[in-house]
Ligand binder design. Structure first.
Ligand code: ZN
Length: 410
C-alpha cells in the first residue's frame, strides 16, 4: 500500500469524523473540546482537568453541571489509556448531545490530527470547537517549485497552502561583458560551460529535494525570460521529475519571493489539473459503459464489490458524497451477514436469512470498507468530489460507486 493511498484514506476518515462532530449540539453549555499539542505531558493535562472538574461544581443548572462533570470524567478516563501524547497531538470531543425527540446521548470522539496541534485549548460550549481542525481536513497536495534564471535559482515545496523554501543559490556564470585579451568565442564557451554546470546543480538539488517524495503531484518551473524553458527542454531534470513538470510560468524574481510569485501565477493551472483528472476518469468510465459489451467498467455497489474481489478492478471511483455504512450483523440463529445502509439510519435491518432481529457486530464507513477491499487486491482508489458536473453524475447516475476494470470478468 503506498503512502499516498494511506494519506488519502486518513484524510478521508478525518474529514468524515469532522463532519459528524460539527453538526452536534448540546442542550446547554456542556460540550467539551480539548486540544493537546505534542510535547505536553498527560499528567499536566490530567491536573488541568481536575481543576476544571472542581470549578464545574459551581455551575448553577443542575442538568448542565451533571453533564459537564461526567464529560470531564469520561475524558480523564480516556486519557489514562495514553502514556504519551501522539506525534501530532490529541483532540478530544466529549459531551451529552441532543438526539431524536427529547433524548440526549453521550458522544466521545478522539482524533489524532493529520497535522500538529499548536496550542493547548479547553473549551466548554453548546457546540464542539472545531475551527483549528477544518483546514487540516483539506487535501494537502505537494508540488515541487523551481525558479531560475542564469544568475540565481531557488527550490521550494508547496504543501497545501504553505510554501517551504528549501534551497537558494547563485550561479558562477560570468556577466556578458568580456574582459580584455579574451577572444569573444572563448568567452562565449566559458559562459555556456558555467551555465551548463549551474543547470546540472539545480537538477541535482531538485533530485535530492523531490525524488523520494511520494506525495508530489507535480513540479512548477518559473523565472524571468527564456532560461526556464531551455532548462526543461534540454532535459536537465531527472527523468522521473521531468515527467512531473506541470508547466513553466513567468515570474520576475528567482529568490524566495519568486517561489511565492510562482505559486500565485500557477494557481489556476493547479485547480484545473485536479478537476481535469476527475473529469477524465469519469469520461473514461462513460466511454467504457457505452461500449456494446459493457466495456471495462462496472458500477453499483454489488457489481463493483464482486469485481474487486475477482481482482478485476484497476481504479475504483468513489464519490465523496457517499453516506453509507457497511454493517456486520448477527441474528439469534447465528447467521452472519454484511449489509449496506444509509449512515443516518440507526436501526438494524432484520436478518436476510431468517428475518429475526439482528445485533450489530461491526460497523464501518462504506468508503473505508471499499478502500480496504481494494487495497488487498492492489486496485487504485480515487475519491471524486461532488463539485464538478462529472462528480455529480457519478453520485446521481451510479450511486457514487464505479470502477474501471483491468479485464472483463464476465
Ligand atoms: Zn438469521
Amino acid at each position: 500500500m503506498s503512502d499516498d493511498f494511506n494519506a488519502d484514506r486518513a484524510r478521508y476518515n478525518f474529514k468524515k469524523a469532522m463532519q459528524e462532530i460539527i453538526d452536534l449540539r448540546g442542550r446547554g453549555t456542556e460540550l467539551i473540546s480539548l486540544y493537546v499539542p505534542p510535547g505536553r505531558h498527560i499528567h499536566e493535562v490530567q491536573a488541568y482537568l481536575r481543576d476544571e472538574y472542581s470549578q464545574s461544581s459551581n455551575i448553577k443548572s443542575k442538568g448542565t453541571r451533571k453533564n459537564v462533570m461526567s464529560a470531564i470524567e469520561s475524558i480523564q478516563s480516556r486519557l489514562r489509556t495514553y502514556k504519551n501524547v501522539p506525534e501530532n497531538g490529541l483532540v478530544l470531543f466529549c459531551g451529552e448531545v441532543a438526539a431524536a425527540g427529547d433524548q440526549t446521548r453521550m458522544v466521545q470522539h478522539v482524533l489524532e490530527p493529520p497535522e500538529p496541534i499548536t496550542a493547548f485549548q479547553y473549551r466548554c460550549d453548546s457546540t464542539f470547537f472545531t475551527e483549528p481542525l477544518l483546514d487540516m481536513a483539506e487535501d494537502k497536495k505537494s508540488y515541487g517549485l523551481i525558479v531560475l534564471d542564469r544568475a540565481e535559482a531557488s527550490i521550494g515545496l508547496l504543501t497545501g497552502k504553505r510554501i517551504i523554501p528549501l534551497k537558494n543559490f547563485d550561479s558562477l556564470v560570468p556577466r556578458k561583458h568580456r574582459q580584455g585579451g579574451q577572444s569573444a568565442q572563448r568567452f562565449e564557451r566559458i559562459i555556456e560551460l558555467a551555465a551548463h554546470e549551474f543547470y546540472k546543480k539545480i537538477a541535482n538539488l531538485s533530485t535530492e529535494a523531490f525524488l523520494e517524495r511520494t506525495d508530489l503531484q507535480g513540479i512548477l518551473v518559473g523565472g524571468p525570460g527564456y532560461t526556464k524553458e531551455y532548462f526543461i527542454r534540454e532535459g536537465y531534470l531527472h527523468h522521473e521529475l521531468q515527467k512531473k513538470v506541470v508547466d513553466t510560468f513567468d515570474t520576475s524574481y528567482t529568490d524566495e519571493y519568486g517561489l511565492k510569485e510562482l505559486v500565485e501565477v500557477a494557481q489556476s493551472a493547479l485547480v484545473d489539473m485536479d478537476i481535469t483528472r476527475e473529469k477524465e476518469l469519469i469520461k473514461r468510465l462513460l466511454e467504457e459503459i457505452r461500449k456494446i459489451d459493457g466495456g471495462l467498467a462496472a458500477y453499483g455497489e454489488d457489481e463493483v464489490r464482486e469485481m474487486i474481489t475477482m481482482g478485476a478492478v484497476d481504479t475504483l471511483l468513489l464519490s465523496e458524497g457517499l453516506e453509507l455504512k457497511r454493517l456486520g450483523l448477527r441474528c439469534p440463529n447465528d447467521h452472519f451477514n454484511e449489509v449496506t445502509q444509509p449512515s443516518s439510519r440507526e436501526e438494524n435491518p432484520p436478518c436476510p436469512d431468517c428475518g429475526e432481529p439482528t445485533e450489530r457486530e461491526a460497523e464501518e464507513d462504506i468508503v473505508d470498507d471499499l478502500f480496504e477491499l481494494a487495497a488487498n487486491m492492489a486496485s487504485n482508489v480515487e475519491l471524486i468530489s461532488v463539485d464538478s458536473e462529472e462528480g455529480e453524475m457519478l453520485m446521481q447516475a451510479f450511486g457514487g460507486i464505479a470502477a474501471l476494470l483491468r479485464f472483463r470478468a464476465r
